[in-house]
Write a protein that binds this ligand. Structure first.
Ligand code: G
Ligand code: G
Ligand code: MN
Length: 278
C-alpha cells in the first residue's frame, strides 16, 4: 500500500514538473514575442591593440534594445537559445562581410554558448558555416557560459574535436565564478580563460582577490593558455591586473558593447590612432 502511495506521488511529481516546464516555456515565449535577437559587439584588447571581440546578444522589442539577462537562463533551457545564436551568427556574417578586409590580422569573434548547444545540429552547422566563410581572416571562439558546473558528455566532446579540427577555438567564460570548467582547460582547442568580472574588482588601490588571480595566472602559464580579464572599468584595475602579468582586457574602460554599425564605424572605418575610446 505504502509502495503504491510512493508511485502515485512520483507520478504526480512528474506531472507537476512537466506542467511547470510548460508554463515557464509559455511565459518565456510570451516575453519574447515580437522580439528580435541582435548582436552587440564589445572589443577585446591586448595592451592598446584590438585583437578580437565578444558578440553579446541584445533583445529588440518595439524599438527598445535591452540585455537578455532576465531571460537568458530560461532561454538556455530551451531550443530558443539555438535559434538566437544562429540569428547572431547570421547577422554578424551579414554586417561584417563587406568589412573583413579592415579587421586586424588574426582577429577573432567570440560567441557565447552553453554546453548543451553542442547537441544542436543547426547551431553547430551555423558555426562551421560562419567559420568557413571567414576562414584565414577571422577565427571563431566559442565561450562556454555554463551557469552551473560545465559538463561535456562523449557526444559533445566529439563535436568539440570536430570544431577544433575546423580551426574553431574554445574559451571558458566567467572563470572562477559559479562555473567550474577547470578540467577542460587541458583539452586541445581550449585556448582561453576569461576571468569573471567579480574577480577583477579592485578597492583602495588593491585587487580584492589577488591570490586567486595569481593562481589563475600560474595555471595559465603552465598550460600556455591565454587569460582575458573581464569587467575592467578603471585605470586602477588595469594597472593592478597588468602587474599580475595579464595583458588581455575587456571592459567599459576600453569600450561598452555597441551595435555592429557603431563598431564598424568606430573601430574599422574611422578608428582613432589608439583604439582606447573612454
Ligand atoms: O551583456 P550582458 O551583461 O547584459 O549579458 C547578460 C548575460 O547574457 C551575460 O551573462 C552573458 O554571458 C549572457 N549572454 C549574452 N549574449 C549571450 C549569448 O549569445 N548566448 C548566451 N547563452 N548568453 C549570452
Ligand atoms: O557572462 P559574460 O562574461 O558573457 O558577460 C559579459 C557581460 O559583462 C556582458 O554582458 C557585458 O555587457 C558585461 N560587461 C562588459 N564589460 C563590463 C564592465 O566593464 N563592467 C561590467 N560590470 N560589466 C561589463
Ligand atoms: Mn561571455
Amino acid at each position: 500500500m505504502a509502495g503504491m502511495d510512493v508511485n502515485i506521488l512520483k507520478q504526480l511529481e512528474g506531472m507537476l514538473n512537466k506542467l511547470n516546464h510548460a508554463v515557464r516555456k509559455k511565459s518565456l515565449y510570451a516575453s519574447l514575442a515580437n522580439t528580435d535577437f541582435i548582436p552587440f559587439i564589445q572589443p577585446i584588447f591586448q595592451d592598446d591593440n584590438m585583437v578580437g571581440c565578444e558578440v553579446l546578444m541584445r533583445l529588440k522589442k518595439n524599438g527598445i534594445i535591452s540585455s537578455p539577462v532576465k531571460y537568458i537562463q530560461e532561454m538556455e533551457l530551451d531550443n530558443v537559445i539555438n535559434d538566437a545564436t544562429c540569428v547572431l551568427l547570421e547577422q554578424v556574417k551579414a554586417d561584417f562581410s563587406p568589412h573583413v578586409g579592415k579587421l586586424p590580422d588574426n582577429f577573432y569573434f567570440s560567441f557565447n554558448i552553453c554546453a548543451q548547444q553542442l547537441k544542436s545540429v543547426q547551431m553547430v552547422n551555423s558555426v562551421i558555416e560562419f567559420n568557413a566563410l571567414f576562414k584565414n581572416k577571422v577565427t571563431v571562439v566559442l565561450e562556454i557560459v555554463e551557469r552551473g558546473t560545465i559538463y561535456f558528455d562523449d557526444f559533445s566532446l566529439a563535436v568539440i574535436d570536430r570544431l577544433v579540427d575546423e580551426g574553431i577555438r574554445f574559451s571558458i567564460d566567467d572563470f572562477g565564478s559559479a562555473s567550474s570548467g577547470l578540467k577542460y582547460i587541458e583539452r586541445p582547442g581550449f585556448t582561453t580563460i576569461k576571468i569573471d568580472k567579480d574577480l577583477t574588482l579592485s578597492e583602495h588601490g588593491s585587487l580584492i582577490y589577488p591570490s586567486v588571480i595569481t593562481a589563475i595566472t600560474a595555471i595559465s602559464s603552465k598550460l600556455n593558455i591565454q587569460i582575458i580579464a573581464e569587467g575592467v572599468e578603471n585605470e586602477e584595475q588595469l594597472h593592478l591586473l597588468k602587474n599580475k602579468g595579464i595583458n588581455h582586457f575587456q571592459g567599459f574602460l576600453f569600450s561598452r558593447p555597441m551595435s555592429t554599425s557603431s563598431f564598424i564605424n568606430d573601430y574599422l572605418c574611422h578608428p582613432l590612432p589608439k583604439y582606447r575610446y573612454s
